[in-house]
Design a protein around this ligand. Sequence first.
Ligand code: NAD
Length: 513
Amino acid sequence: AQQFGMTEALEILGIKTLNQGTSTGSNWFSSNEKIDSFSPVDGKLVASVTTTTPQDYEKVMQAASEAFKTFRLMPAPKRGEIVRQFGEKLRKYKEPLGKLVSYEMGKSYQEGLGEVQEMIDICDFAVGLSRQLHGLTMHSERPGHRMYEQYHPLGIVGIISAFNFPVAVWSWNTALAWICGDVCVWKPSEKTPLCGVACQNIIAEVLKENNLPEGISCLINGDYKVGEMMTHDKRVPLVSATGSTRMGKIVAQACAARLGNSLLELGGNNAIIVTPDADIKMTVIGAVFGAVGTAGQRCTSTRRLIIHESIYEKVKEALVSAYGQLRIGNPLDQNNHVGPLIDTHAVEMYNKALEKVVAEGGNILVKGGVLQGEGYESGCYVKPAIAEAQNHFEIVQHETFAPVLYLLKYSGDVHEAIAIQNGVAQGLSSAIMTNNLREAEAFLSHAGSDCGIANVNIGTSGAEIGGAFGGEKETGGGRESGSDAWRVYMRRQTNTINYTTNLPLAQGIKFDL
Ligand code: NAD
């Protein structure tokens, strides 16, 4: 149950409401330029955020560089303790932060809370990990020598994030980067800048309570131009960027041009294969949630259903019936299933996709449309749509960030379905619905799904932080979150130590003086 209203939530998070302009929890910023944040829920202006100028960026980078000098010397488990305290603060602020996520981004309040829960979970994960940043030892070919490999902090990690996970993605990066001894500079999406301010205020509290420099966590605001300050900056050894493939290609090239590293989490075009042995009830639940949850604005949203012809009609009917029951409206009202798109530009893209699929020969099964009238004043609410299409259609090959689901039919064996699933440029998430062991194993085999995530009997969306998260091909190849994703936030060093009085050379080389 919601305990308080939106105004109170903003107050708790330290966000000054209604056009007062707020900086970043710090007083570094001087610009008069602002980003106005409008809620897609009701179209109202929530607050404005100061944009970062190149001069302010310099101040931020100096603060971050200075902070790194001390933070890297703090023992990793002690840094873990800071992340533990951050997790505790997130527990305290879970409701207001979840509410802000819902109001500024438009996802349901439950999903907003879920996003904050992911932040808490990655903190817990990182705390344990802070005692496990292990290297390897290996045997030297030289007598009396020891050889090992260790990991050191990297430096300043730049984080560029997308609007659709306005707080969780930042924490996936920071929780790991901080225990690794790095300091972070974050440029959130210009569509959700207040979520950035709220998170910065929370971590600033923790840093202050521990007498640690503010530069351990920095926030910069603005559009791609502010992001580019970091991608071109030699002082930033790693830029972790989440967003569209178009953006990822630019960021990757900018970083590579200075031989910096980039960690890319880009667009998906995720499919569920539905075989003759699928449980239809589970399939429909997984597919509908995957396609309409967050109004189709998850990187792991289900975009394509690849259905065997023998059960095609049955699945189709069940989907049409389920779509008929969807309630669209204010995401803060827990009775609604589908909230708004992020802005009217996204609505335009949604309309274009529906026009395009028809122009390419597709058949609209569940009609879309933009909702108007009371409760829909923001102009961002659309009806989830289903179209029968073919995988080679240009629009199907493309990620439309909206609730449009394409039904594709196959008639052969599972290998045909896998070829269709793999037959797109993106490689993020994939799933198969089957009770047939051979089909499931073929899907998971070396010749199976080519995605970073491959699931059996669950949908494409909703990942747990324990596993490494990311995708292949045009999804960018990066891995974040669990497993050994931490390694990318550190630099590796190989050490050889001679504890004898001789200096034997490697490969038996003689060098007598
Ligand atoms: P976007 O690419 O428009 O923007 C993402 C971020 O990149 C923003 O902060 C933006 O300001 C910044 N940016 C854009 N151009 C830049 C440039 N040239 N240099 C530096 N920064 C730049 O994406 P969006 O509309 O906010 O988000 C939706 C996209 O994000 C979808 O494609 C979705 O699949 C993807 N996404 C992927 C993942 C993942 O983990 N794979 C997670 C969430 C979202």
